[in-house]
Design a protein around this ligand. Structure first.
Ligand SMILES: *Cc1c(COP(=O)(O)O)cnc(C)c1O
Length: 221
C-alpha cells in the first residue's frame, strides 16, 4: 500500500475529532510530497535541522509540528513557521519560544510535555513542575505563546496495561488542569497529544485528540 493509501485508511479508522500528525522524520521529501498531494497537510519532525530543511524544500502550506526535544538555542530557526511545538519541557524553553515568536509577530501554539513513562530516558515535566509553571506570575506575561494542551509518551513496552494506565493518568491530569486553569490569553487547554504507531488505538480510547504516527505509515526507520 502507498503512503497516501495508508494515511487515508488510518484517517477512516480514527474519530473525526482526532488529528493525525504524520511523523516523517528521516523520510525523504518525495514521500512527504506524495502524502501531501493526496491531501494530508500535517507532518511532525523531531529534529530542528531536519524540520527547517524540509520546511524550506516543501510546500508552504504544510503544517509542521515539532515533536522532539527542543533546545532553547534552536527555537529561533523554527519560530517563523512552526505550527505546534509538542515538546515544551521547561519554563526557560517556554520563555525563549515566547521571545522568538514575538520577534516574528506570531503566537506559537505549544503543548507541555508531561512525563508519564517509567523509563528514565524520557523528557518531560512532572505534574508538580507543570503546576508551578502555570501558577507562576511570569507565565501570565507570555503573550506570544498559547498553551493548547499537553503531550505524553507511554513506556515502550508490549504490556498494554502499563501503556493504558499511563495514558489514563495523563487524561486525569489533563482534566485536573482544565478545571484548575480557566481559558485565558495564553492558555486554552483542549488537546492531548498521545499515541504513536504501536499504541494510538489505546491512546484514542483513553481520550487522545492528537496522534503522532510514523513507522506504520512511512515504514520502519
Ligand atoms: C518518532 C516519534 C513518533 C512516531 O513514532 P512511530 O512509532 O514511528 O509511530 C511519535 N512521537 C515522537 C515524540 C517521536 O519521536
Amino acid at each position: 500500500m502507498s503512503v497516501s493509501e495508508k494515511i487515508k485508511q488510518l484517517k477512516q479508522n480514527i474519530p473525526n475529532n482526532v488529528t493525525l500528525v504524520a511523523v516523517s522524520k528521516t523520510k525523504p521529501n518525495e514521500l512527504i510530497l506524495e502524502a501531501y498531494q493526496s491531501g494530508h497537510k500535517i507532518f511532525g519532525e523531531n529534529k530542528v535541522q531536519e524540520l527547517t530543511a524540509k520546511h524550506e524544500a516543501l510546500p508552504k502550506d504544510i503544517e509542521w509540528h515539532l515533536i522532539g526535544h527542543l533546545q532553547s538555542n534552536k527555537v529561533k530557526y523554527i519560530a517563523p513557521f512552526v505550527a505546534l511545538i509538542h515538546s515544551v519541557d521547561s519554563f526557560k524553553l517556554l520563555q525563549e519560544i515566547n521571545k522568538q515568536a514575538r520577534k516574528n509577530n506570531r503566537v506559537i501554539n505549544c503543548l507541555l510535555q508531561i512525563y508519564i513513562a517509567k523509563e528514565e530516558t524520557k523528557f518531560g515535566l512532572s505534574e508538580n513542575e507543570t503546576l508551578e509553571i502555570l501558577n507562576s506570575p511570569d507565565f501570565l506575561i507570555l503573550n506570544n505563546i498559547n498553551i493548547i494542551g499537553i503531550m505524553g509518551m507511554a513506556s515502550n513496552t508490549d504490556n498494554v496495561d502499563i501503556v493504558r494506565n499511563e495514558f489514563k493518568s495523563l487524561k486525569v491530569f489533563f482534566e485536573k488542569l482544565k478545571s484548575q486553569f480557566p481559558i485565558n490569553n495564553n492558555l486554552n487547554l483542549s488537546q492531548i497529544s498521545m499515541g504513536m504507531s504501536g499504541d494510538y488505538k489505546i491512546a484514542i480510547e483513553e481520550g487522545s485528540t492528537i496522534i503522532r504516527v510514523g513507522s506504520s505509515l512511512f515504514g520502519d526507520r
